[in-house]
Design a binder for this molecule. Structure first.
Ligand SMILES: Cc1cc2nc3c(=O)[nH]c(=O)nc-3n(C[C@H](O)[C@H](O)[C@H](O)COP(=O)(O)O)c2cc1C
Length: 290
């Protein structure tokens, strides 16, 4: 299993590494861990890779997939798929300075008929990248439509480095289906794990011979316990207002439970740590003892 950090700005890392390094903090039990960086300047990405590489992570991932407008405007994320020369320089410089293996996460392309993931995966391999992840939607499509798994298969048939498939996996059965249909070496799960971290264990069990139909359905109290543990970590790790930051996670944890809509309205209205905890204790019928 591989844990990935959220993306961290190379510019921010180089400018103020202490503050940004908070985002890269991890515990040994999370290993192997991959830290993801984004940016559009080869020299800044190289310096950021050196900082991150020396922080003890096992891998560095270059973000070539983010489609958030602010990131695109800076020329980073999936915008790099429009500029293979610049992307090549970034990959070369990051591989040179990282000190740990480097991977690249990309989309199908920036848009249809632009430079695609098969081409970019080949480039990545040429420049010494150790594995690629493919989320086969175009950048301009953001999260619309279905991901096109046939593109993962095309990448797998083209490069020798490991290929990690990503896009729309929401169950152990879907993970097995992606591996079967594409031949990918591993799968990555995004949205379906929000509020359902048990999915990782279920997929892992299915990949190790367990039944894909067996999924963990923790009871309300167990979900509440994990939510509070996650919330405490957020309070401990994040700057700013943890209640604001955590609201959406609390909503995801409540998905599918009777009364979840009322709970969501409730937590959207609370402002303080004490009120937030009280809402969770009440809805999930859980104790808030540390
Ligand atoms: C809230 C949210 C945050 C994300 N943050 C990142 C990120 O920091 N880096 C990244 O490469 N992808 C990020 N993604 C994209 C996911 O990694 C993944 O590629 C995408 O959601 C498709 O996979 P899924 O269908 O399993 O969700 C994010 C997605 C969501 C919904």
């Amino acid at each position: 299993d591989l844990v990935c950090t959220e993306m961290v700005s190379s510019e921010a890392l180089v400018r103020n590494s202490r503050k940004t390094e908070r985002l890269l903090r991890f515990d040994d039990f999370q290993r192997p861990i991959s830290a993801q960086i984004f940016g559009a300047k080869p020299e800044v990405m190289a310096d950021a890779a050196a900082i991150v590489g020396s922080s003890g992570v096992d891998l560095i991932d270059i973000n070539v997939g983010c489609s958030v407008p602010k990131i695109l405007k800076s020329g980073s994320g999936v915008a790099l798929m429009r500029d293979p020369d610049l992307l090549s320089q970034i990959m070369r410089r990051v591989v040179e300075s990282a000190g740990v293996p480097v991977t690249v996460k990309m989309r199908a392309g920036y848009e249809k008929n632009s430079c695609d993931c098969v081409f970019v995966a080949k480039l990545a391999e040429e420049f010494g990248v150790s594995a690629v992840t493919v989320h086969p939607r175009y950048g301009v499509d953001r999260f619309r439509g279905k991901s096109d798994w046939s593109l993962i298969r095309s990448v797998k048939e083209t490069v020798a480095v490991p290929v990690i498939g990503n896009g729309d996996i929401d169950s152990p059965a879907a993970a097995l289906r992606m591996i079967d249909e594409t031949g990918c070496d591993a799968v990555m799960v995004g949205r379906a794990a929000l509020g359902n971290p048990w999915l990782f264990g279920d997929i892992s069990a299915a990949l190790n011979g367990g039944s894909p139909a067996e999924t963990t359905r923790p009871d309300r109290q167990e979900i509440g316990k994990v939510l509070l543990w996650h919330y405490r970590m957020t309070v401990h790790e994040s700057q700013g207002d943890p209640v604001r930051r955590f609201r959406k996670f609390a909503a995801w944890y409540s998905r599918g439970l009777p009364g979840s809509m009322g709970f969501r309205n409730w937590i959207n209205a609370v402002r303080t740590d004490a009120a937030f905890r009280a809402a969770v204790v009440d809805f999930f019928r859980v104790s808030d003892a540390e």
